[in-house]
Design a protein around this ligand. Structure first.
Ligand SMILES: C[S@@+](CC[C@H](N)C(=O)[O-])C[C@H]1O[C@@H](n2cnc3c(N)ncnc32)[C@H](O)[C@@H]1O
Length: 302
């Protein structure tokens, strides 16, 4: 990110969500605040998306990852998660439309410059900040997430859900695994959802993926947000398992197409942009000798 400036890719992701509300009528992910939080930028975002069909692929991926995360969150809250941490929140609006009375405490963590900018945007759009939300400014590359969250009042003994959307590709591998290892170490147990990209490979669809990734890399480098990491799926899932994660679900382009686009479009390679969820909750209950989680049914182990 450019020193002292808010993330431009956060504006980009929010623009895609706003355009999805109009161009696909929010078919994958409906967000009534998506355009409102963009304020005067919303109209241009929608116009630009209409004029450039090449943006559709990334727009639908962003809609699908957000939908996947919010569906997983709803499930986890029903099973006992009491805290949500939105890592690299950007202009994410979940906190401002969360169901009332769920008792969920929410922490938005972001680079200090992006977070200050978001708070100005919320005020300008007259979107109220709910009492359940705490802002925690942290630079993942330079500061400790655990200290930032402790200062914000996160209770490590409570079951916690982490979303980390559109951030991993911009971090070094070391920063990615240090965050995943912190989450895995939380004594109350945690769920995490994040997205990542495979390195371009060989096979059907790979030329288009490599071209798209290169174009994105060039665009984001120009605004000071280099793509820094990508992962082979098998190796990443093995690292997650080593860290203590279980119940992993990884959706590649083909699974995303089948689940969210009702199978429309041509079958895709499984290499490309992925969304993954993983949990330490089941593993922890077993270790505590409490596989049923105080009377609750254990989650499906994979
Ligand atoms: C592409 S945006 C995604 C925002 C949001 N999660 C979404 O899906 O719309 C990337 C986010 O990562 C944050 N980010 C990037 N590098 C960071 C760092 N070193 N420390 C903290 N946040 C960072 C940016 O501030 C930005 O909010």
């Amino acid at each position: 990110m450019q020193e002292g400036l808010p993330s431009r890719t956060a504006l980009g992701a929010a623009s895609h969500r706003a355009a999805h509300q109009v161009l696909e009528r929010g078919a994958i992910f409906a967000d009534p605040l998506a355009a409102r939080i963009l304020g005067p930028d919303a109209e241009a975002a929608i116009r630009d998306a209409q004029a450039d069909p090449s943006r559709r692929r990334l727009r639908l991926f962003i809609a699908a990852r957000t939908r996947f995360a919010e569906d997983a969150l709803a499930e986890a809250v029903a099973r006992g998660d009491r805290q949500l941490v939105v890592l690299g929140a950007g202009l994410d609006t979940y906190a401002y439309r969360a169901p009332e009375g769920s008792g969920l405490r929410i922490f938005e963590v972001d680079h200090p410059a992006t977070q200050a900018w978001k708070r100005r945007r919320l005020a300008e759009a007259s979107i109220p900040v709910p009492g359940s939300l705490t802002f925690a400014p942290v630079d993942f590359e330079r500061e400790s997430l655990s200290e930032g969250l402790a200062a914000a009042g996160l209770d490590p003994a409570l079951q916690t859900f982490f979303t980390w959307l559109g951030v991993v590709p911009y971090l070094t591998e070391q920063a990615v695994f240090s965050t995943l290892s912190y989450i895995a170490g939380l004594p109350g147990g945690a769920h995490v959802v994040f997205d990542y990209g495979n390195p371009a490979g060989q096979g059907p669809g790979q030329d288009a993926y490599a071209e798209g990734r290169q174009a994105l890399a060039s665009r984001v480098a120009l605004i000071g947000e280099e793509l820094r990491s990508h992962f082979e799926t098998g190796a990443l899932l093995a690292r997650l398992a080593e860290l203590g994660y279980r119940n992993m679900e990884d959706l590649g382009p083909e699974e995303i197409r089948v689940r969210y686009f009702a199978g429309r479009g041509s079958p895709m390679s499984d290499r490309g942009g992925h969304i993954v969820r993983a949990s330490t909750v089941y593993a922890r209950r077993i270790r505590r000798g409490d596989p049923m989680g105080q009377g609750r049914r254990p989650e499906r182990a994979s």
